[in-house]
Write a protein that binds this ligand. Structure first.
Ligand code: DX5
Ligand code: ZN
Length: 216
């Protein structure tokens, strides 16, 4: 239904030279970059704030796929939209107004995504499917790059694809965490169209063939 896309995660880039890492992605012919925003509370690590995106924005044509791993995402979406995020994914787990926040993301002119962790059943995001442009199924517990893919998530991807067909919806299905050529192929077979890869992308010596294999 959607053209398969690879969205490299900038988390695995050089944090002192983020613009150069973006250029690596752009020069590989890709259109999306995945930006991991962490608050040291919802996840045990910290990354960047809106100013980082705002400063990167003028130097890049990439689509900013922004993954908010925040306990209070609703407090920050306006700032990330203003900074140049084009898609903003929020997690379903914290206690806040998820539906209102998804609607606000769209009101701000961004695409909206709903993300959920590996231990959360797909049914938790089901009530929001008609409010989103993308569903992000985490295939590791978020916080750090370089972790191992959790294959138990695959049946949830099949479920998301089946619900989409049944209801005539058109959200993308994205996976994030531990994606390499082997696990990426399994995700594609299960119905994923949008693959995030951090370490595997930046480590790949032959980026063209890595991209070709994952998005074939
Ligand atoms: C995990 C992040 C991911 C991460 C993926 O907390 O949400 O986007 O960068 O990195 P890899 O591909 O190395 O598992
Ligand atoms: Zn992510």
């Amino acid at each position: 239904m959607h053209r398969p896309l690879l969205a490299p995660s900038l988390l695995a880039g050089n944090h002192a030279r983020l613009a150069e890492s973006l250029a690596v992605i752009e020069n590989a012919g890709l259109e999306w970059v995945h930006l991991d925003i962490m608050d040291g509370h919802f996840v045990p690590n910290l990354t960047w704030g809106p100013q980082t995106l705002a400063d990167l924005r003028p130097g890049s044509k990439l689509f900013f796929d922004t993954h908010l791993m925040l306990s209070n995402p609703h407090r920050h979406i306006d700032a990330f939209a203003k900074a140049g995020a084009q898609l903003i994914s929020i997690h379903v787990e914290p206690d806040y107004d998820v539906r209102g926040t998804l609607r606000r993301i769209r009101e701000l002119g961004c695409q909206a995504g709903i993300a959920f962790n590996p231990d959360i059943p797909a049914e938790r995001v089901e009530p929001f499917l008609d409010e989103v442009d993308l569903v992000l199924a985490m295939t590791v517990f978020p916080g750090f790059g370089g972790q191992s893919f959790i294959p138990e998530v695959l049946p949830k991807i099949e479920k998301l694809a089946a619900w989409r067909d049944k209801r005539g919806l058109s959200y993308r299905i994205e996976v994030d965490g531990g994606v390499n050529l082997e696990t990426g192929r399994r995700c594609r077979n299960a119905g994923t169209d949008t693959l995030v890869a951090g370490s595997a992308f930046f480590k790949a010596a032959d980026k063209a063939s890595f991209i070709r294999e994952l998005t074939a």
